[in-house]
Design a protein around this ligand. Structure first.
Ligand code: SAM
Length: 240
């Protein structure tokens, strides 16, 4: 089905001109999401095409309000689910090296399928928990940009994201109205893990009542080797 609002909203909100090929790819992504959601995996509560365009695709692309993604940048999306925000970013910035990290195997199967559908080759799919990836030398402190949406509260999320980020790199967490309170509760976690909050960027999405925020954290120092702790511990005993 043809896109309804994504091309005009991406232009107005982000100054982003989607090509006809990119529009087709987003249409196919939406169709695959709806089909798999019905038949194979519980991927998203947002099922209508316009909701998918605004709350998944456009919301994912708002990361570009805070960062530029140069060719060759190494980007990882932690707890990506059905690919958000990482895959839409890769679709408009094809020069990045994208890794999609997701603990659930069924979702990885969808991601592998949909990457083919949208013709986005050379994506790395990592079927691990963030706590495992953060202690794995293949991934630890290897990424220029670490992104995540709707995965965990900020003190827990900091322990998932910061170990994966290079010193000098950035983490961007997509958050809702609770962003400022979450960030305040994560100050100690940032300090322990080698991060520093640099900015909270408010985002208004058309037709969405609540303000969203991009939480930008700079990685300023190496993460101590004992973080992330073993799987499950960050959420059971968040750093405080
Ligand atoms: N980021 C996607 C989005 O915004 O649509 C998915 C959000 S979904 C609510 C949270 C996802 O994070 C789930 O797919 C879950 O399996 C994954 N997840 C939660 N904790 C995780 C962890 N510790 N490591 C890896 N994935 C995790």
């Amino acid at each position: 089905m043809a896109l309804q609002k994504l091309p005009s909203l991406a232009r107005e909100l982000l100054g982003l001109e989607l090509s006809p090929e990119q529009c087709t790819a987003f249409e196919r992504y939406s169709e695959a999401l709806i089909t798999w959601n019905k038949t194979r995996a519980n991927l998203t509560a947002i099922n209508d095409p316009l909701g998918i365009e605004i709350r998944h695709f456009l919301d994912s692309l708002t990361v570009l309000k805070a960062v530029t993604l140069p060719v060759g940048a190494k980007v990882i999306d932690v707890g990506t689910g059905a690919g958000f925000p990482g895959l839409p970013l890769r679709m408009v910035c094809p020069g990045i090296h994208l890794s999609l990290l997701e603990a659930t195997g069924k979702k990885i199967a969808f991601l592998e399928h949909v990457a083919g559908v949208v013709k986005a080759p050379n994506i790395e799919f990592i079927n691990l928990r963030a706590e495992e990836a953060g202690q794995d030398p293949r991934y630890r402190e290897k990424f220029d940009l670490v992104v995540a949406r709707a995965v965990a509260q900020m003190p827990i999320l900091a322990e998932y994201l910061l170990p994966l980020c290079k010193i000098g790199g950035r983490c961007v967490a997509l958050k809702g109205e609770s962003a400022a309170a979450e960030v305040a509760s994560a100050e100690q976690a940032f300090r322990i893990l080698g991060g520093r909050l640099t900015q909270l960027v408010p985002i208004e999405l058309p037709g969405v009542a609540e303000t969203h925020y991009l939480v930008i954290i700079q990685k300023t120092a190496a993460t101590p080797l004992n973080y992330p702790r073993r799987p499950g511990l960050p959420s059971k005993k968040p750093l405080e």
